[in-house]
Unconditional design. Sequence first.
Lengths: 116, 114
Amino acid sequence: EAGVAQSPRYKIIEKRQSVAFWCNPISGHATLYWYQQILGQGPKLLIQFQNNGVVDDSQLPKDRFSAERLKGVDSTLKIQPAKLEDSAVYLCASSSKTLSGANVLTFGAGSRLTVL
Amino acid sequence: AQSVTQLDSQVPVFEEAPVELRCNYSSSVSVYLFWYVQYPNQGLQLLLKYLSGSTLVESINGFEAEFNKSQTSFHLRKPSVHISDTAEYFCAVGMDTGRRALTFGSGTRLQVQP
């Protein structure tokens, strides 16, 4: 099966500019996640969607970050305006439930953002 | 709330030597546990998982991890490492309600030297 697709792979912008990242999950996966991975750290959840509804966005900086998942498939993560500390890799993942009820996540290759 | 602690940020080891990457977790409910591997400029790949049943789980490339509930640990081991095992390894925990996202540790960089 095709994996999780993300674009762009790399983006360099200046602070206060805006940027958008796109994610296409594995077909049939109802749950989609955006994680932020700062250099040298583990991934941190930004937002979780179930179909096109938000399950958890408690760690999303809502003054500058927004995300949507139209029609329960593709998703877009936007940052406006960007700050230097937003430099990170933005990872998209999708999951389906196993028979035991666990969510097993499959990740895309990530979008690396550098804010100058 | 759940959390994951990876006790070593870097583990240098010689090729063909054994290795253990340590992971401890805290959670107020039953958990699922995962190890993911990340090669440079790539996303995370699932290495192995504990969902239920046998507490010893294995991957296809020789890694194994054992779920120890009393010690709240899920350490990753390999009896003989290869140069190609050089990567960042992340331990992750999910709650058995299954609805929430995984919480990741800060990662351990395994550096295999010839």
